[in-house]
Design a protein around this ligand. Structure first.
Ligand code: BDR
Ligand code: CA
Length: 311
C-alpha cells in the first residue's frame, strides 16, 4: 500500500512533539508532506521553532515546517506554559534545527496542497483550529483535497481549561465552529478518550529504556508534562492527548466511537468552547463527526514505544 499523504497542524507542546515523532517513525504508513504550526500551547514563534527542533531530533530536517496564524480569530490568545513549560518542550535538550522555517504561510501551503493534490490528504489537527478555519474561509474548495480530518479537541464530559471546555477548542472556539460546520469527514478524539491513555511510571520507563536520544527526550518531556493535569483533575497519571490522533491513523482498531452531531458553543461566560454532541443524530440533523469514546491505552503505548524505538 502507498503511504497515506499526511499534514500535521499543531502547536508543539510536549504531546504534539511526541505525536510528530510517532508520525516520523512510521514512514511506511505516512508520506508526511509538511507540518503547519499555530499559536496555542505557546506563541507561534515557539511552536514553529519546536516543530523544527523535533524534526531535527528525529534526523528529519527535510520535513518542511510552515508557521500559520499567530492568534485566534476573535479572542486573545490563551497559552499553556503551566502544562508544557516556558519553552513548550520542557524536559528535553533538543538540537538546534539546521533547516530554516519555510517562507510560505501555513494557510497558503494548505490551500496549495489541498487544491492540487492528485490523492486526498489526511489532516491531523493537534492544536487550536485557527489555521484550518482560515484556510476554509479563504478557499472552501480545499474540501475536495481532504481525505479526512482527525482532530484532538473537545470533550463530551468535563473540560480541562474550564469545567465545560477542552484547551484546543477553548483557545479558538470560533475557528472550531467554522471547521465543525464545514461538513468535512471529521473524527474527534477528545478528553473522553485521551484521559484513558495515561503516562504511568512503567510506560515512561519503557520509553527511557530505549536508550536512544529520541527515547530520552520523549521520556524527559513526558516526565515534566501533565503534572498539573494530575493535580487538577485527580488523575492517576498524566494523560497523553495528541499522539492518539497519529495512533488512530496507524491502528484504528485500538479505538471505538460513534457518529454524532457536533456543535461548538461560541458565546457565554460559562460554556464558551464547549463541544456539544448529540449522540442521537436524525435525518433532519445528521451526524457530522465520528466521536471516539474508548481506546486501548496499553495498545497505544506499546505502539508508541515500538515506533519511537525505530528513530
Ligand atoms: C490539548 O491541549 C494542549 O495543551 C495539548 O497539546 C493537546 O493538544 C489537550 O487538551
Ligand atoms: Ca496540541
Amino acid at each position: 500500500m502507498r503511504p497515506r499523504p499526511l499534514i500535521i497542524d499543531c502547536d508543539p507542546g510536549v504531546d504534539d512533539a511526541i505525536a510528530i515523532l510517532l508520525a516520523l517513525a512510521s514512514p511506511a504508513e505516512f508520506d508526511l508532506l509538511g507540518i503547519t504550526t499555530v499559536a496555542g500551547n505557546v506563541p507561534l514563534a515557539l511552536t514553529a521553532a519546536n516543530a523544527r527542533r523535533i524534526c531535527q531530533l528525529a534526523q528529519r530536517p527535510d520535513v518542511p515546517i510552515y508557521a500559520g496564524c499567530p492568534r485566534p480569530l476573535l479572542r486573545s490568545l490563551t497559552t499553556a506554559e503551566d502544562i508544557h513549560g516556558a519553552t513548550g518542550l520542557q524536559g528535553a535538550e533538543l538540537p538546534e534545527p539546521t533547516t530554516p522555517l519555510q517562507a510560505q504561510h501555513a494557510v497558503a501551503f494548505l490551500i496549495e496542497q489541498f487544491t492540487t493534490t492528485p490523492h486526498p490528504i489526511t489532516l491531523a489537527t493537534l492544536g487550536p483550529l485557527t489555521n484550518l478555519a482560515v484556510t476554509l474561509i479563504q478557499c472552501p474548495a480545499i474540501a475536495q483535497g481532504i481525505d479526512q480530518v482527525v482532530m484532538m479537541g473537545g470533550a463530551l464530559g468535563g473540560g480541562n481549561v474550564t469545567p465545560a471546555a477542552e484547551f484546543n477548542i477553548y483557545v479558538d472556539p470560533h475557528a472550531a465552529k467554522v471547521v465543525v460546520d464545514a461538513g468535512l469527514p471529521l473524527t474527534m478524539i477528545g478528553l473522553d478518550a485521551t484521559h484513558q491513555v495515561m503516562t504511568t511510571p512503567e510506560r515512561l520507563t519503557a520509553l527511557e529504556n530505549l536508550g536512544t536520544p529520541v527515547g530520552k527526550a520523549a521520556a524527559g518531556m513526558l516526565r515534566y508534562y501533565g503534572q498539573l493535569d494530575v493535580e487538577r483533575h485527580g488523575l492517576a497519571a498524566p494523560p497523553l492527548h495528541d499522539p492518539c490522533i497519529i495512533a488512530y491513523l496507524l491502528r484504528p482498531d485500538l479505538f471505538s466511537g460513534r457518529p454524532m452531531r457536533l456543535a461548538i458553543e461560541t458565546e457565554g461566560s460559562l460554556c464558551i468552547g464547549r463541544t456539544v454532541a448529540n449522540a442521537y443524530p436524525t435525518a433532519a440533523v445528521p451526524a457530522n463527526a465520528t466521536v471516539i469514546q474508548t481506546v486501548d491505552a496499553e495498545g497505544i503505548y506499546a505502539l508508541l514505544t515500538e515506533r519511537l524505538g525505530k528513530l
